[in-house]
Design a protein around this ligand. Structure first.
Ligand code: NAD
Ligand code: UFG
Length: 358
Protein backbone atom coordinates (compact mmCIF):
# COMPACT_ATOMS: atom_id res chain seq x y z
CA UNK A 1 0.00 0.00 0.00
CA UNK A 2 1.22 3.49 -0.83
CA UNK A 3 0.80 6.52 1.40
CA UNK A 4 0.35 9.79 -0.50
CA UNK A 5 0.76 12.83 1.69
CA UNK A 6 -1.02 15.83 0.20
CA UNK A 7 -3.00 13.35 -1.90
CA UNK A 8 -6.10 15.57 -1.99
CA UNK A 9 -4.16 18.32 -3.73
CA UNK A 10 -3.68 18.98 -7.41
CA UNK A 11 -0.77 16.66 -8.18
CA UNK A 12 -1.69 14.16 -5.47
CA UNK A 13 -5.18 13.56 -6.88
CA UNK A 14 -3.81 12.71 -10.31
CA UNK A 15 -1.25 10.41 -8.75
CA UNK A 16 -3.90 8.66 -6.70
CA UNK A 17 -5.91 8.01 -9.89
CA UNK A 18 -2.86 6.76 -11.77
CA UNK A 19 -1.87 4.43 -8.93
CA UNK A 20 -5.43 3.13 -8.45
CA UNK A 21 -5.78 2.49 -12.18
CA UNK A 22 -2.63 0.34 -11.93
CA UNK A 23 -4.24 -1.70 -9.13
CA UNK A 24 -2.29 -0.17 -6.21
CA UNK A 25 -3.91 0.36 -2.80
CA UNK A 26 -3.60 3.95 -1.67
CA UNK A 27 -4.02 5.85 1.58
CA UNK A 28 -4.10 9.66 1.55
CA UNK A 29 -2.99 11.93 4.38
CA UNK A 30 -4.00 15.57 3.92
CA UNK A 31 -4.91 18.41 6.26
CA UNK A 32 -7.08 20.04 3.54
CA UNK A 33 -5.35 23.41 3.95
CA UNK A 34 -5.38 23.79 0.15
CA UNK A 35 -7.89 21.18 -0.93
CA UNK A 36 -11.38 20.00 -0.25
CA UNK A 37 -13.11 16.86 0.93
CA UNK A 38 -15.31 16.94 -2.18
CA UNK A 39 -12.24 15.83 -4.16
CA UNK A 40 -12.87 12.30 -2.85
CA UNK A 41 -16.18 12.22 -4.66
CA UNK A 42 -14.43 13.17 -7.88
CA UNK A 43 -11.85 10.41 -7.39
CA UNK A 44 -14.69 7.92 -6.90
CA UNK A 45 -16.39 9.11 -10.11
CA UNK A 46 -13.28 8.31 -12.11
CA UNK A 47 -11.79 5.34 -10.23
CA UNK A 48 -15.06 3.67 -9.23
CA UNK A 49 -13.96 3.40 -5.60
CA UNK A 50 -12.63 5.58 -2.79
CA UNK A 51 -9.06 5.51 -1.53
CA UNK A 52 -8.53 5.46 2.24
CA UNK A 53 -8.32 9.02 3.52
CA UNK A 54 -6.99 10.44 6.78
CA UNK A 55 -7.52 14.10 7.52
CA UNK A 56 -4.37 15.06 9.40
CA UNK A 57 -1.12 16.95 9.34
CA UNK A 58 2.19 15.57 8.11
CA UNK A 59 3.96 17.53 10.85
CA UNK A 60 2.09 15.54 13.49
CA UNK A 61 4.19 12.55 14.47
CA UNK A 62 1.44 10.83 16.41
CA UNK A 63 -0.86 10.88 13.39
CA UNK A 64 1.87 9.38 11.23
CA UNK A 65 2.69 6.66 13.77
CA UNK A 66 -0.96 5.60 13.89
CA UNK A 67 -1.16 5.65 10.11
CA UNK A 68 1.85 3.36 9.70
CA UNK A 69 0.48 1.01 12.38
CA UNK A 70 -2.96 0.84 10.83
CA UNK A 71 -2.11 0.36 7.15
CA UNK A 72 0.42 -2.00 5.49
CA UNK A 73 2.31 0.88 3.88
CA UNK A 74 5.46 -0.05 1.98
CA UNK A 75 6.20 3.23 0.16
CA UNK A 76 5.41 6.92 0.54
CA UNK A 77 4.94 9.66 -2.03
CA UNK A 78 5.36 12.93 -0.16
CA UNK A 79 3.40 15.69 -1.91
CA UNK A 80 2.12 17.57 1.15
CA UNK A 81 3.57 21.05 1.09
CA UNK A 82 3.10 24.70 0.33
CA UNK A 83 4.04 25.76 -3.18
CA UNK A 84 3.68 29.45 -3.96
CA UNK A 85 6.99 31.17 -4.66
CA UNK A 86 5.74 34.75 -4.01
CA UNK A 87 3.84 33.80 -0.85
CA UNK A 88 6.97 32.13 0.53
CA UNK A 89 8.79 35.46 0.34
CA UNK A 90 6.09 37.02 2.54
CA UNK A 91 5.60 34.05 4.88
CA UNK A 92 8.91 32.17 5.03
CA UNK A 93 8.35 30.56 8.44
CA UNK A 94 5.16 28.84 7.28
CA UNK A 95 7.06 27.44 4.32
CA UNK A 96 10.00 26.12 6.34
CA UNK A 97 7.65 24.71 8.96
CA UNK A 98 5.55 22.76 6.45
CA UNK A 99 8.02 21.87 3.72
CA UNK A 100 11.07 21.19 5.88
CA UNK A 101 9.43 20.37 9.23
CA UNK A 102 6.84 18.11 7.57
CA UNK A 103 9.53 16.21 5.68
CA UNK A 104 11.65 15.71 8.80
CA UNK A 105 8.73 14.38 10.81
CA UNK A 106 7.64 12.10 7.97
CA UNK A 107 11.15 10.63 7.54
CA UNK A 108 11.43 10.02 11.29
CA UNK A 109 8.05 8.28 11.35
CA UNK A 110 8.95 6.20 8.27
CA UNK A 111 12.21 5.05 9.83
CA UNK A 112 10.35 4.24 13.06
CA UNK A 113 7.87 2.12 11.08
CA UNK A 114 10.55 0.41 8.97
CA UNK A 115 9.35 1.97 5.69
CA UNK A 116 12.28 3.15 3.59
CA UNK A 117 10.91 3.85 0.10
CA UNK A 118 10.18 7.52 -0.47
CA UNK A 119 9.33 9.68 -3.49
CA UNK A 120 9.57 13.40 -2.79
CA UNK A 121 7.82 16.28 -4.60
CA UNK A 122 10.75 18.57 -5.15
CA UNK A 123 10.93 21.48 -7.49
CA UNK A 124 12.90 23.18 -10.22
CA UNK A 125 13.13 26.14 -7.85
CA UNK A 126 15.98 24.36 -5.99
CA UNK A 127 18.28 25.25 -8.90
CA UNK A 128 20.29 28.45 -8.86
CA UNK A 129 19.05 31.15 -11.22
CA UNK A 130 21.27 30.43 -14.19
CA UNK A 131 21.56 31.83 -17.68
CA UNK A 132 22.26 28.50 -19.35
CA UNK A 133 19.26 26.40 -20.31
CA UNK A 134 18.16 23.63 -20.19
CA UNK A 135 18.76 22.70 -16.54
CA UNK A 136 20.09 19.23 -15.83
CA UNK A 137 20.40 17.48 -12.47
CA UNK A 138 24.08 18.48 -12.15
CA UNK A 139 23.30 22.23 -12.27
CA UNK A 140 24.10 24.21 -9.13
CA UNK A 141 21.57 24.28 -6.30
CA UNK A 142 23.24 26.41 -3.63
CA UNK A 143 21.12 29.56 -3.87
CA UNK A 144 17.43 29.13 -4.65
CA UNK A 145 15.78 32.48 -5.34
CA UNK A 146 12.94 32.10 -2.78
CA UNK A 147 12.27 30.67 0.70
CA UNK A 148 10.05 28.12 -1.07
CA UNK A 149 13.01 26.88 -3.14
CA UNK A 150 15.21 26.96 -0.03
CA UNK A 151 12.70 24.89 1.93
CA UNK A 152 12.65 22.24 -0.82
CA UNK A 153 16.44 22.23 -1.07
CA UNK A 154 16.83 21.89 2.71
CA UNK A 155 14.36 18.99 2.67
CA UNK A 156 16.36 17.41 -0.16
CA UNK A 157 19.55 17.77 1.89
CA UNK A 158 17.93 16.08 4.88
CA UNK A 159 17.00 13.11 2.69
CA UNK A 160 20.44 13.04 1.08
CA UNK A 161 22.18 12.79 4.49
CA UNK A 162 19.65 10.24 5.65
CA UNK A 163 20.18 8.00 2.60
CA UNK A 164 23.97 8.30 2.93
CA UNK A 165 23.80 7.29 6.59
CA UNK A 166 21.46 4.33 6.17
CA UNK A 167 21.60 2.08 3.08
CA UNK A 168 18.05 0.81 3.65
CA UNK A 169 16.65 4.02 2.16
CA UNK A 170 15.50 4.25 -1.47
CA UNK A 171 14.66 7.87 -2.19
CA UNK A 172 13.64 9.70 -5.37
CA UNK A 173 13.86 13.47 -5.45
CA UNK A 174 11.60 14.45 -8.32
CA UNK A 175 12.25 18.01 -9.40
CA UNK A 176 9.03 19.11 -11.05
CA UNK A 177 8.99 21.95 -13.50
CA UNK A 178 5.54 23.57 -13.97
CA UNK A 179 2.67 21.07 -13.84
CA UNK A 180 -0.58 22.18 -15.50
CA UNK A 181 -3.51 20.44 -17.21
CA UNK A 182 -6.01 18.00 -15.78
CA UNK A 183 -7.17 14.39 -15.93
CA UNK A 184 -8.61 13.66 -19.37
CA UNK A 185 -11.94 12.62 -17.81
CA UNK A 186 -12.52 16.33 -17.13
CA UNK A 187 -13.57 15.27 -13.59
CA UNK A 188 -10.36 16.03 -11.72
CA UNK A 189 -8.02 18.99 -11.89
CA UNK A 190 -6.54 21.82 -9.88
CA UNK A 191 -9.04 23.22 -7.39
CA UNK A 192 -7.18 25.63 -5.10
CA UNK A 193 -9.03 26.29 -1.84
CA UNK A 194 -7.48 29.75 -1.64
CA UNK A 195 -6.82 32.43 -4.25
CA UNK A 196 -4.58 30.83 -6.90
CA UNK A 197 -1.00 32.03 -7.20
CA UNK A 198 0.05 29.96 -10.21
CA UNK A 199 -0.42 31.13 -13.77
CA UNK A 200 -2.83 28.49 -15.08
CA UNK A 201 -5.42 28.34 -12.28
CA UNK A 202 -5.52 32.13 -12.24
CA UNK A 203 -5.86 32.31 -16.04
CA UNK A 204 -8.72 29.76 -15.92
CA UNK A 205 -10.58 31.82 -13.33
CA UNK A 206 -10.21 34.92 -15.51
CA UNK A 207 -11.37 33.03 -18.62
CA UNK A 208 -14.42 31.72 -16.77
CA UNK A 209 -15.37 35.20 -15.59
CA UNK A 210 -14.50 34.82 -11.90
CA UNK A 211 -11.75 37.45 -12.03
CA UNK A 212 -11.46 40.54 -14.21
CA UNK A 213 -7.94 40.16 -15.63
CA UNK A 214 -4.74 38.16 -15.53
CA UNK A 215 -1.74 40.00 -14.11
CA UNK A 216 1.39 39.47 -16.17
CA UNK A 217 4.23 39.76 -13.66
CA UNK A 218 7.11 41.40 -15.50
CA UNK A 219 7.42 42.21 -19.18
CA UNK A 220 11.03 43.40 -19.05
CA UNK A 221 12.84 40.05 -18.62
CA UNK A 222 15.68 39.16 -20.99
CA UNK A 223 13.38 36.81 -22.93
CA UNK A 224 12.07 37.17 -26.52
CA UNK A 225 8.74 38.80 -25.48
CA UNK A 226 9.92 40.09 -22.07
CA UNK A 227 7.72 37.73 -20.00
CA UNK A 228 8.89 34.80 -17.85
CA UNK A 229 9.55 31.43 -19.47
CA UNK A 230 8.72 28.10 -17.79
CA UNK A 231 8.61 24.42 -18.69
CA UNK A 232 4.90 23.51 -18.45
CA UNK A 233 4.28 19.78 -18.09
CA UNK A 234 0.98 17.90 -18.20
CA UNK A 235 0.06 16.69 -14.72
CA UNK A 236 -0.66 13.19 -16.09
CA UNK A 237 2.81 13.01 -17.65
CA UNK A 238 4.09 14.01 -14.22
CA UNK A 239 1.99 11.30 -12.53
CA UNK A 240 3.37 8.69 -14.93
CA UNK A 241 6.89 9.86 -14.00
CA UNK A 242 6.14 9.04 -10.34
CA UNK A 243 5.03 5.52 -11.20
CA UNK A 244 8.28 4.96 -13.11
CA UNK A 245 10.31 6.39 -10.20
CA UNK A 246 8.52 4.14 -7.72
CA UNK A 247 9.21 1.10 -9.91
CA UNK A 248 12.88 2.10 -10.12
CA UNK A 249 13.15 2.52 -6.34
CA UNK A 250 11.71 -0.92 -5.74
CA UNK A 251 14.86 -2.39 -7.28
CA UNK A 252 17.49 0.30 -6.49
CA UNK A 253 18.60 1.65 -3.12
CA UNK A 254 20.15 5.04 -2.40
CA UNK A 255 19.12 8.51 -3.46
CA UNK A 256 18.20 9.43 -7.02
CA UNK A 257 17.40 12.80 -8.55
CA UNK A 258 15.27 13.20 -11.66
CA UNK A 259 13.97 16.31 -13.42
CA UNK A 260 10.36 15.96 -14.53
CA UNK A 261 9.86 18.45 -17.33
CA UNK A 262 9.28 18.49 -21.08
CA UNK A 263 12.48 20.24 -22.14
CA UNK A 264 10.46 23.06 -23.75
CA UNK A 265 10.05 26.61 -22.46
CA UNK A 266 6.99 28.84 -23.04
CA UNK A 267 6.56 32.48 -22.04
CA UNK A 268 3.53 33.80 -20.17
CA UNK A 269 2.27 35.48 -23.35
CA UNK A 270 2.75 32.28 -25.38
CA UNK A 271 0.66 30.37 -22.85
CA UNK A 272 -2.08 33.01 -22.95
CA UNK A 273 -2.15 33.02 -26.78
CA UNK A 274 -2.23 29.21 -26.93
CA UNK A 275 -5.06 29.16 -24.38
CA UNK A 276 -7.09 31.71 -26.37
CA UNK A 277 -6.61 29.62 -29.52
CA UNK A 278 -7.57 26.33 -27.85
CA UNK A 279 -10.57 27.66 -25.88
CA UNK A 280 -11.77 30.47 -28.14
CA UNK A 281 -11.99 32.69 -25.05
CA UNK A 282 -10.16 36.02 -24.77
CA UNK A 283 -8.10 36.64 -21.61
CA UNK A 284 -7.85 40.31 -20.51
CA UNK A 285 -4.31 41.11 -19.34
CA UNK A 286 -2.93 43.64 -16.84
CA UNK A 287 0.84 44.17 -17.05
CA UNK A 288 2.41 44.43 -13.58
CA UNK A 289 5.93 44.70 -12.10
CA UNK A 290 8.00 41.54 -11.62
CA UNK A 291 6.85 39.26 -8.77
CA UNK A 292 9.28 38.85 -5.82
CA UNK A 293 11.23 35.58 -5.98
CA UNK A 294 10.61 35.02 -9.72
CA UNK A 295 13.32 34.25 -12.26
CA UNK A 296 13.34 35.01 -15.99
CA UNK A 297 13.46 31.51 -17.39
CA UNK A 298 13.60 27.88 -16.42
CA UNK A 299 13.24 24.71 -18.46
CA UNK A 300 14.39 21.15 -17.97
CA UNK A 301 16.86 18.82 -19.51
CA UNK A 302 14.75 15.64 -19.11
CA UNK A 303 17.35 13.23 -20.56
CA UNK A 304 18.34 11.59 -17.24
CA UNK A 305 14.75 10.53 -16.51
CA UNK A 306 14.37 9.34 -20.06
CA UNK A 307 17.54 7.18 -19.89
CA UNK A 308 17.13 5.86 -16.35
CA UNK A 309 13.35 5.60 -16.01
CA UNK A 310 12.28 5.15 -19.62
CA UNK A 311 9.93 8.11 -19.06
CA UNK A 312 9.25 11.12 -21.25
CA UNK A 313 6.53 13.75 -21.17
CA UNK A 314 4.57 13.45 -24.41
CA UNK A 315 1.46 15.64 -24.07
CA UNK A 316 1.57 19.01 -25.90
CA UNK A 317 0.91 22.49 -24.49
CA UNK A 318 -2.39 22.58 -26.42
CA UNK A 319 -3.42 19.29 -24.82
CA UNK A 320 -2.54 20.65 -21.33
CA UNK A 321 -4.61 23.80 -21.92
CA UNK A 322 -7.53 21.94 -23.48
CA UNK A 323 -7.71 19.46 -20.58
CA UNK A 324 -7.40 22.29 -18.04
CA UNK A 325 -10.22 24.24 -19.70
CA UNK A 326 -12.56 21.21 -19.89
CA UNK A 327 -11.87 20.63 -16.21
CA UNK A 328 -12.61 24.26 -15.34
CA UNK A 329 -15.92 24.09 -17.23
CA UNK A 330 -16.96 20.85 -15.53
CA UNK A 331 -15.94 22.18 -12.12
CA UNK A 332 -17.95 25.37 -12.66
CA UNK A 333 -20.99 23.27 -13.62
CA UNK A 334 -20.60 21.13 -10.52
CA UNK A 335 -20.09 24.13 -8.25
CA UNK A 336 -23.69 25.03 -8.98
CA UNK A 337 -24.79 21.61 -7.71
CA UNK A 338 -24.67 20.26 -4.19
CA UNK A 339 -21.75 17.84 -3.87
CA UNK A 340 -22.72 15.23 -1.33
CA UNK A 341 -19.79 14.34 0.93
CA UNK A 342 -18.39 10.87 0.36
CA UNK A 343 -17.35 10.61 3.96
CA UNK A 344 -19.60 11.64 6.78
CA UNK A 345 -18.64 12.54 10.30
CA UNK A 346 -16.43 15.33 11.56
CA UNK A 347 -13.65 13.88 13.74
CA UNK A 348 -10.24 15.15 12.72
CA UNK A 349 -9.12 11.67 11.74
CA UNK A 350 -11.57 9.86 9.49
CA UNK A 351 -10.90 7.29 6.85
CA UNK A 352 -12.99 5.82 4.11
CA UNK A 353 -12.38 2.55 5.87
CA UNK A 354 -13.34 3.70 9.36
CA UNK A 355 -12.04 5.99 12.08
CA UNK A 356 -8.72 6.38 13.76
CA UNK A 357 -8.65 7.22 17.41
CA UNK A 358 -5.45 8.76 18.65
P1 NAD B 1 -1.56 21.51 -3.71
O1 NAD B 1 -1.56 22.67 -2.80
O2 NAD B 1 -2.67 21.37 -4.68
O3 NAD B 1 -1.49 20.15 -2.89
C1 NAD B 1 -0.77 20.04 -1.68
C2 NAD B 1 -1.65 19.30 -0.71
O4 NAD B 1 -0.92 19.19 0.51
C3 NAD B 1 -2.95 20.05 -0.41
O5 NAD B 1 -4.03 19.16 -0.54
C4 NAD B 1 -2.78 20.51 1.03
O6 NAD B 1 -4.01 20.56 1.71
C5 NAD B 1 -1.82 19.47 1.58
N1 NAD B 1 -1.00 19.92 2.70
C6 NAD B 1 -0.29 21.08 2.80
N2 NAD B 1 0.33 21.13 3.99
C7 NAD B 1 0.02 19.97 4.64
C8 NAD B 1 0.37 19.43 5.91
N3 NAD B 1 1.14 20.11 6.77
N4 NAD B 1 -0.10 18.22 6.24
C9 NAD B 1 -0.91 17.52 5.38
N5 NAD B 1 -1.28 17.99 4.18
C10 NAD B 1 -0.82 19.20 3.81
O7 NAD B 1 -0.15 21.51 -4.45
P2 NAD B 1 0.34 20.61 -5.66
O8 NAD B 1 0.46 21.46 -6.86
O9 NAD B 1 -0.43 19.37 -5.72
O10 NAD B 1 1.82 20.32 -5.15
C11 NAD B 1 2.17 19.10 -4.52
C12 NAD B 1 3.63 19.15 -4.13
O11 NAD B 1 4.41 19.37 -5.29
C13 NAD B 1 3.98 20.28 -3.16
O12 NAD B 1 4.91 19.80 -2.23
C14 NAD B 1 4.61 21.33 -4.04
O13 NAD B 1 5.56 22.11 -3.36
C15 NAD B 1 5.29 20.47 -5.10
N6 NAD B 1 5.47 21.16 -6.38
C16 NAD B 1 4.38 21.70 -6.99
C17 NAD B 1 4.54 22.36 -8.20
C18 NAD B 1 3.37 23.02 -8.89
O14 NAD B 1 3.59 23.92 -9.71
N7 NAD B 1 2.14 22.61 -8.65
C19 NAD B 1 5.81 22.44 -8.79
C20 NAD B 1 6.90 21.87 -8.12
C21 NAD B 1 6.70 21.22 -6.91
N1 UFG C 1 2.65 34.55 -13.63
C1 UFG C 1 1.97 35.66 -14.09
N2 UFG C 1 0.75 35.93 -13.55
C2 UFG C 1 0.18 35.15 -12.58
C3 UFG C 1 0.89 34.02 -12.12
C4 UFG C 1 2.13 33.76 -12.67
O1 UFG C 1 2.46 36.40 -14.94
O2 UFG C 1 -0.95 35.46 -12.12
C5 UFG C 1 3.95 34.23 -14.24
C6 UFG C 1 5.10 34.18 -13.25
O3 UFG C 1 5.65 35.47 -13.07
C7 UFG C 1 6.04 33.19 -13.95
C8 UFG C 1 5.09 32.22 -14.66
O4 UFG C 1 3.86 32.92 -14.78
O5 UFG C 1 6.79 33.86 -14.93
C9 UFG C 1 4.86 30.95 -13.88
O6 UFG C 1 4.46 31.28 -12.56
P1 UFG C 1 3.75 30.21 -11.59
O7 UFG C 1 3.37 30.93 -10.34
O8 UFG C 1 2.68 29.49 -12.32
O9 UFG C 1 4.90 29.16 -11.34
P2 UFG C 1 6.37 29.34 -10.73
O10 UFG C 1 7.33 29.05 -11.84
O11 UFG C 1 6.52 30.60 -9.99
O12 UFG C 1 6.40 28.18 -9.66
C10 UFG C 1 5.79 26.92 -9.92
C11 UFG C 1 5.28 26.34 -8.62
C12 UFG C 1 6.41 25.94 -7.74
C13 UFG C 1 7.36 25.09 -8.53
C14 UFG C 1 7.83 25.78 -9.78
C15 UFG C 1 8.73 24.84 -10.57
O13 UFG C 1 4.44 27.27 -7.93
O14 UFG C 1 5.88 25.19 -6.67
O15 UFG C 1 6.71 26.10 -10.56
O16 UFG C 1 9.25 25.46 -11.69
F1 UFG C 1 8.41 24.75 -7.78
Amino acid sequence: MILITGGMGYIGTHLVLELMSGGEDVVILDNLCNSSRSTLQRIVRVAGKAPAFIEGDVRHRKTLDHLFKRYPIDAVIHCAGLKAVGESVREPLRYYDTNLGGTLTLCQAMAGAGVFTLVFSSSATVYDDCAIMPINERCRTGHPSSPYGQSKLMAENVMKSMAEADPRWSVALLRYFNPIGAHDSGQVGEMPALMPNNLLPYLLQVASGQRPSLSVFGSDYQTPDGTGIRDYIHVMDLAEGHIKALQALRCAQGLHIWNLGTGLGHSVLEVVKAFERVSGVAVPLAFKPRRAGDIAQCWADPVKASKELGWRAHRSLDCMLDDAWRWQMSYRRDAAEVLLPVITGTPSLTTSAGSLSI
